[in-house]
Structure formats: C-alpha cells, structure tokens
Design a protein around this ligand. Structure first.
Ligand code: NDP
Length: 450
C-alpha cells in the first residue's frame, strides 16, 4: 500500500526533529506534526532558557570576585523583565532556526496536534495522513502533586513568563529542576526555600556530591528543608502560605504568589489516541525495545515519552540511530552505558558512570577504591572566596577500570564531557595517571589523584 509519508514524526522536540532530518538524508518522504513551538522542552522551557538564567545568576559572585583582582565594580542592579525578554527572544530565534532546518531538509511540517485513527493513520488538524512508519516523540510535562491549593503554584514551564521577579519563593522537589531553579533564583536575589522530601537533594547521584552541593547551596542562602513535605498552599493577602510537615511538627513559609512545583515529569501520551493502536504502555510511558520499537512493529518512540534517561542528547541520539537503522541500512542500537549528565546548580555537577554506592553494590565493597580531591580553585584565592571543588573517581580494583567520575565545581559539565570519553572507552586509573596534566587547571586533578 502507498502511504502519504514513509515516516511521520509526532512531536517537534529534540528527538523528533533529529530523527526527521536524518531520515530525509536517506531520500525518504517525512512529515512532522508540532502544534506548539519547535524545539520542544529543551529549547522552549528547559535546557536553553534555564542555562541562560544560570549565567545571569552568576554575576553577583563574579562582581564579588572582580574586586579581588583590582576591579572596582560600580553599583549593580538586576532587572527581571530585561532578562526574561532577552531569554524569550533567544528561544524565538532558535524556533526560527529549527523551522529553517526542517524546511531545508524537506520535512513537511504540520502545525497541528496529531492523533492516531489506526496503526498507520493519523488525524493531523483537518487532514487524515497515512505513514509507513510512525515515530512518537512527544516528550513529557510536569506533574503536580495532589496537594490542597496546588492551583496557587507554578511549574518550571511557567517561570520564564513571570512578569515580575518573585521576592520569596518556595520550591517543592529536590530533583534536577527543583535544585537548578533554587540556585538560579537564589543567585538572582530571591529568598528561596527548597522543600525536599528525601534526606538530601538530587537522589540517585553520588552521595558525596549531593551533600557538597546541598551544603554550598545552603551557604549561599538557599533554605533547604529536607525530610519535609508540603501539605497545603493557601492564598492570603500577603502571599501564598505553604504548610510543611517536618519531623518536629508543621511549619509555615510565606512566599509571593508563586511556588514552584518541580516534582517530576510524565510522558505526554493522553491525547495521542493510542487506544486506537496496539501500542503498549508501561508505568505511564510508551514501552519500547532496544530498537525504540513499540509493541506495533512500525511504530517507534524516542525521548522522554519512553521515560528512560530523560535528557536531550539521549533523545537526539535515539532519533538519529532510529533513522540510520530504519532508512539508512546502518544497523545500530543505542548504548545507555556511561551517559554523562550535568546538573546546573551552583555549584554545578558533572557526572559519568557509576556512583560509589552503585559500584559497591555491583562489584562488592572490597573491589572498589575511590579517589577524592577537594580544593579551592585558584580563581577564588585572590578574592578570598571559600568556594570549593570536589572530584571523585570510582575505580574497580581488580581491573583498575575507572567506573565513575564525578565533579562538583566550576565548569564541571565542560570537564566531565571530556572525561566521559575515557570512562566510556573503559580507561583504567593507570591510563588516567599516564595522561599529562594541564597546569594550572582544576581538571588536572582528574589525572593526578592518589
Ligand atoms: P526529578 O525526578 O529529578 O525530581 C523530582 C523531585 O520531586 C524529587 O526530589 C522527588 O523526591 C520530588 N517529589 C516527587 N513527588 C513529590 C511529592 N508529591 N511531594 C514532594 N516532593 C516530590 O524530576 P525533575 O522534574 O526535577 O526533572 C525531570 C527530568 O528532567 C529529570 O529526570 C532529568 O532527566 C530532566 N532534566 C535534566 C536537566 C539537566 O540535564 N541538567 C535539567 C532539568 C531536568 P524524591 O527524590 O524523594 O522522589
């Protein structure tokens, strides 16, 4: 049967656009439906605008440091609407770039939502479209816990559209988003209370790194409340009153008319009409095999909608591998080992491979050796700022292989990206040590740890 398209992609975010563009390189006819802004969460509500805000939040520290280097910094002030306008202009510019890239590659773009009519047929706006293969790349959205008064809270999606800077904000959640926004807003001068139900922020990361970040955030002024749960949000004339249960009883925090619920994200599958197909759902996400194939052989899914490793570069890689394999006859499968990641808190964390605990659980305590270095980077010596960098290597004794590399401190993301190549290749501690250091740098510690 002849279909309208060889491939139809639902969702114009990182994974969908990468798969669509790569597929056209193999001469196939590709359509893509995106009802919202092109670029998905990363460009519009995630990585990009967030990172721009991270940069903005670092200036007060840089003004302070400048004095130590002989600079006189005049009176400084911060204007929230100016930053928001600049950030939103940049995301609009990127939307345009995505549009141009899709046009150039010959992908036919439909500015509508797509819904399944059957396994091969989609309703896209007013049109009925058939496709030989369909790729679902619709991403996820924030979940809001069911707490009385939750309607008085916003999510990270909304923060970029706040007309005024909140002076006092409560952030619920200790994950990537909660911790990053706690740091950003604190840096921009807000009074931040972060409410975390576990015993520390950033569950799942190396324990030593989590503690280092949490302590540094607290020292910088974030009030981090652990083992606490918000139980009510009440709107009062002075703001939103957040009731929090703690080990010692209930406490109240009064914030401006915003508090950020950063309590995780869920796949965006409800409106896809998946009930018209035989696509299986597991734990609210589209179930896929190693080839990103769903339970229907010609329907595939990549990115956050599969709820595995929810990171932009993972979705992009999954999308390109899918296209290479399905249309380019290049067999390939995504390898999820040693996926590096960064958390853009202040201080920032970069990490790849196993945490110390994961390594011990996998290989036994006696087969694991850790190397740790904690120091004040040279940059902070002249200004007399007590900022620290922490680095850790997790090594398997019996093979000498570096199983994990973790860093908290300036430029951790940039540094770990390079280290990740070595970890992914299976480098040994001896090979790290045989690498000549770059001096003076912080990164050199990774090849000199004893
Ligand atoms: P996470 O799953 O990372 O964190 C959710 C947080 O909310 C956890 O601290 C969790 O606590 C807490 N929580 C969940 N439910 C409740 C509740 N009912 N009451 C109180 N606290 C609750 O999700 P995020 O939204 O922060 O991030 C989503 C994904 O986005 C991440 O997994 C990541 O992959 C991606 N992301 C990546 C970034 C990057 O690469 N830098 C930046 C931002 C997002 P507990 O730990 O106890 O479960």
């Amino acid at each position: 049967m002849a279909y309208d398209f060889d491939l139809f992609v639902i969702g114009g975010g990182s994974g969908g656009i990468a798969a669509a563009r790569r597929s056209t390189e193999y001469g196939v006819k590709v359509g893509l439906a995106e009802a919202g802004r092109l670029g998905g969460t990363c460009v519009n509500r995630g990585c990009v605008p967030k990172k721009l805000m991270v940069y903005a939040s670092h200036f007060p520290e840089q003004f302070k440091a400048a004095k130590g280097y002989g600079w006189t910094v005049g009176e400084t002030s911060f204007d929230w609407p100016t930053l928001m306008t600049a950030v939103n202009n940049e995301t609009t510019r990127l939307n345009g770039i995505y549009q141009t890239m899709l046009d150039k590659s010959g992908v036919k773009l439909f500015r509508h939502f797509a819904q399944f009519i059957d396994d091969h047929t989609l309703q896209v706006g007013e049109e009925t479209i058939t496709a030989g293969k369909i790729l679902i790349a619709v991403g996820g959205r924030p979940v809001r816990p069911e707490i009385p008064g939750i309607e008085f809270t916003i999510t990270s999606d909304d923060i970029f559209h706040l007309p005024q800077q909140p002076q006092r904000i409560a952030i619920v959640g200790g994950g990537y988003i909660g911790s990053e926004f706690a740091s950003i807003l604190n840096g921009l001068g807000c009074q931040v209370t972060q409410i975390v139900r576990s015993n520390a922020i950033l569950r799942g990361f190396d324990d030593g790194m989590r503690q280092e970040i949490q302590t540094a955030m607290a020292n910088a002024g974030v009030k981090v409340m652990t083992e606490c749960q918000p139980v009510a949000f009440e709107k009062t004339k002075d703001g939103v009153d957040v009731t929090i249960t703690t080990a010692t009883g209930a406490q109240h925090v009064l914030v401006d008319a915003v508090s950020l619920a950063a309590t995780g994200r869920i796949p965006n599958i409800d409106k896809l009409g998946l009930d018209k197909t035989a696509v299986s759902i597991e734990n609210g996400a589209i179930a896929v095999d190693d080839y990103n194939r769903t339970s229907v052989p010609h329907i595939f899914a990549v990115g956050d909608v599969t709820d595995r490793i929810n990171l932009t570069p993972v979705a992009i890689k999954e999308g390109r591998i899918f296209a290479d394999r399905e249309f380019g006859q290049k067999p390939g499968v995504m390898n999820y080992d040693a996926v590096p990641t960064a958390v853009f808190t202040t201080p920032e964390m970069g990490t790849v491979g196993l945490t110390e605990q994961e390594a011990k659980d996998q290989f036994g305590d006696t087969d694991i050796q850790t190397y740790r270095s904690r120091f004040r980077p040279m940059y902070y010596t002249l200004p007399g700022i007590e900022a620290k960098t922490l680095m850790k290597l997790v090594v398997q004794k019996s093979t000498d292989r570096v199983l994990g590399a973790h860093m908290v401190g300036d430029h951790a993301a940039e540094i770990i990206q390079g280290v990740a190549i070595a970890v992914k290749m299976g480098a040994t501690k001896a090979e790290f040590d045989a690498t000549v250091a770059i001096h003076p740098s912080s990164a050199e510690e990774f090849v000199t740890m004893r």
